[in-house]
Design a protein around this ligand. Structure first.
Ligand code: NAD
Length: 363
């Protein structure tokens, strides 16, 4: 198998963590008989500096031809007052690639349970949640929206709207993901109040017929927010709309602990249907530690595992990368952000090497 990957290192710690992600990707290819060709392209502040545009045409063209895209992070104080901000590149590439599904796992590693915002009893059974969020619709993009004055009183409004095709495609991504995990999908809505949610719920139930081996449940968003705190271990995969997912995925991240541990994927379809996937750590460019070899590369390395699984169907390789991360934690190695949980302190590059070594050794 030969796959072509476009690398968007970006700004701040982006290039540092991406370098470690690539090291692991190459090792996974060596061990599992796949070869990966890579090409670096400009995005964010680095692209503004080079050509005045956070998302150059050449970058879009390269990403559209790629099998997958690996992104570091963009932004930083240097460009805070730029006429076009680096983050515009991020929004632009999501739009250009038609990425409608955002997948964010929130895992509590037993070794890092003390970093979770929750009580030890709530996480001691282990937490492994995947939040699948619809990314291109809902109240964030619905029309009409605007402001007006009615009877002398200022009004403002947005429009929560989904069509059945948008719901069906995100439901399929979530069911397909659940099939590769614990085979449980919880669809989150507000169907007791919102007519949009009633359509959402009925389309998710229709899509369920294509995935009878996955157990489907429904939960109101307010209850889900509470259940994530009280009993997060009950969840396998959660699927929800854009605004509910925005909030719940951040809440699930706090359950998991450090930003440096959280990977993500954004997809334009399910594996094998020709869609492209963009993989990136959840964290930003961390200007406060950039260039100091202090960044935790695990979020990026776990994003590489998601790429292997979701874009290339390399499940064994994905599991091996995730095991290598776990083994490294179990052996006590820690970057500064997770040092609160004890262990031996290392920098970004050494952490990447330790994980690569374990990946190649654990045959
Ligand atoms: P941030 O995620 O960059 O940093 C928040 C805190 O977490 C910082 O103290 C940082 O040192 C720490 N941190 C983050 N990632 C880490 C890692 N891998 N290892 C160790 N520590 C880590 O968020 P911020 O400070 O609010 O934003 C900084 C810049 O990043 C801003 O310009 C923002 O717009 C941008 N940003 C980009 C993305 C993206 O590219 N997807 C996401 C969020 C923020």
């Amino acid at each position: 198998m030969n796959k072509h990957i476009v690398i968007l290192p970006g700004d701040g710690i982006g290039p540092e963590v991406v370098a470690q992600g690539l090291k692991v990707l190459e090792a996974a290819g060596r061990r599992f008989g796949a070869s990966f060709s890579t090409e670096s392209a400009l995005m964010g502040g680095a692209a503004i500096d080079a050509c005045g545009d956070p998302l150059p045409e050449a970058t879009v063209a390269a990403c559209k031809k790629a099998d997958a895209v690996l992104l570091g992070a963009v932004g930083g104080p240097k460009w805070d007052n730029a006429p076009r901000r680096p983050e515009a590149g991020l929004l632009g590439i999501r739009k250009e690639l038609g990425l409608f599904a955002n997948l964010r796992p929130a895992t509590v590693h037993p070794e890092l349970a003390s970093l979770s915002a929750l009580r030890p009893e709530a996480v001691e059974r282990g937490v492994d949640i995947l939040v699948v969020r619809e990314l291109t619709g809902d109240v964030y993009f619905g029309e009409p929206f605007g402001e007006d004055v009615r009877g002398g009183v200022r009004h403002a409004y947005n429009n929560m709207i989904y069509n059945e095709n948008e719901v069906r495609r995100i439901a399929r991504v979530a069911f397909a993901a659940a099939r590769t995990r614990g085979k449980k999908l919880c669809s989150v809505d507000k169907a007791n109040v919102l007519v949009v949610s009633r359509l959402w719920r009925s389309v998710v139930e229709e899509a369920h017929k294509e995935f009878p081996d996955v157990a489907l449940s429904h939960m109101y968003v307010d209850n889900c927010a509470m259940q994530l705190i009280i009993n997060p271990a009950q969840f396998d995969v959660i699927v929800t709309g854009n605004i509910f997912g925005d909030i719940l995925s951040d809440e699930a991240a706090a359950v998991a602990g450090s930003l440096g541990m959280l990977p993500s994927a954004s997809l334009s379809g399910t594996a094998g249907d020709g869609g492209v996937g963009l993989y990136e750590p959840v964290h930003g460019s961390a200007p406060d530690i950039a260039g100091q070899d202090k960044a935790n590369p695990m979020a990026t390395i776990l994003s590489v595992a998601m790429m292997l699984r979701l874009s290339f169907g390399m499940h064994d390789a994905a599991l091996a990368v995730e095991s290598a991360v776990r083994d490294t934690l179990r052996d006590g190695w820690r970057t500064g952000d997770i040092a609160g949980a004890g262990g031996r302190a290392v920098g970004c590059e050494r952490m990447g090497q330790l994980i690569t070594d374990r990946l190649l050794q654990s045959r």
